[in-house]
Design a protein around this ligand. Structure first.
Ligand code: SF4
Length: 331
């Protein structure tokens, strides 16, 4: 959970997750659906799939115990160099470095690294430096101390050098260049796409589709739709997408909500409209799954953050409609 996510965000998820799946065996037995539902809202959903697969491998190949050999542990799904170093040093006392974003910043400043930290050669150098520093005794404490220093004092902007217990080690602070390190390349702006999504109604139920394996947000459920093409209105986009995706010739009705969500590599604005479906079955691609559900049953599915907002908007719209029916003069 702590890959790409800060402790305050991950903590409530961790507490719920560990209650629901207290052992590797419990996690290994769980359905994909249950694991994704427990992860819902935390983002980077591939981590949930990897953790689930890792639990299954621990049960199948390691007698239910997390391997304490770093080389063996590194073979588990989702375990990269950072996770391997963090787990193996903190849980098992192996002298392995753990370089997260905070530790990268601290080391780049200690050694006044003047090259962009996004370059592969710079990353390699930082890992070499980190490996050379990690002590044989209490390596987990060392790794946590560096990460903590980065999160509390050696912050990206305005590091608090006068309070820093490591300032005598720090080349950047000695030269007064700590605000210019780490060097970062200006990132290209991420693409922004517009997506038309349909709340497709039939007999009081709404059509929900499962995102296929191998695609972004795989295994999560969404209100169906797709990317707007050049020269197409959003209503045309919804009609075309729903014909292509579900073989339904829908009538596009009232606008519900626009939701913008930023992923690490992409910004998406979902433009959501109520739609009415004609009779007939929704025919989906072979790999896809779909369900007609009452609004109250949709929360049983794991949903991406943007679709949770759409669901919330549907709930608010319904409540407003109920109130208006009970009290037509607004008194
Ligand atoms: S002295 Fe300043 S720049 Fe150097 S590690 Fe400490 S807080 Fe960071």
């Amino acid at each position: 959970m702590l890959q790409q996510t800060q402790v305050p965000t991950a903590l409530p998820y961790y507490e719920r997750f560990i209650k629901q799946f207290p052992t590797p065996a419990a996690l290994a037995r769980a359905s994909d659906h249950a694991v994704l539902k427990a992860w819902e809202g935390l983002g980077y959903y591939r981590r949930a799939g990897n953790l689930h697969a890792a639990a299954k491998a621990v049960i199948r190949d390691h007698g239910g115990r997390v391997p304490d050999d770093p080389k063996v542990f590194a073979q588990l799904p989702g375990v990269g160099r950072y996770t391997c170093g963090a787990v193996q040093s903190i849980a098992f006392g192996h002298a392995r470095a753990a370089l997260d974003g905070n530790a990268v910043r601290v080391l780049a400043r200690w050694f006044a690294v003047g090259r962009p930290i996004t370059e592969a050669a710079t990353r390699r150098r930082l890992w070499q430096l980190a490996d050379s520093l990690v002590p044989a005794s209490a390596p987990g404490d060392w790794n946590q101390a560096i990460m903590e220093l980065g999160s509390r004092l050696c912050t990206p902007r305005s590091p608090r050098c006068p309070l820093c217990p490591a300032r005598r080690l720090c080349a950047a602070a000695k030269r007064g260049i700590q605000d210019r390190i780490p060097v970062k390349r200006r990132r290209k702006p991420i693409p922004h796409i517009e997506v038309g999504a349909g709340i497709i109604w039939r007999r009081g139920k709404v059509l929900m589709c499962k995102r296929p394996a191998g695609k972004m947000l795989a295994g999560l459920w969404e209100f169906p739709g797709g990317k707007q093409r050049k020269g197409e209105t959003i209503r045309e986009c919804i009609r075309r997408e729903l014909k292509e995706e579900c073989d339904l010739a829908v009538t596009v009705g009232k606008h519900l909500i626009d939701v913008t969500h930023t992923y690490s590599h992409l910004k998406v604005t979902l433009r959501c409209y109520h739609c009415r479906a004609p009779r007939g079955r929704a025919k989906l691609h072979a790999s896809a799954e779909a369900r007609w559900l009452r609004i109250d049953d949709i929360p049983t599915l794991p949903l991406p953050a943007a679709d949770l907002k759409i669901l919330q908007a549907l709930g608010i719209e319904r409540e407003t409609a109920v109130r208006a029916t009970r009290n037509p003069r607004g008194r």
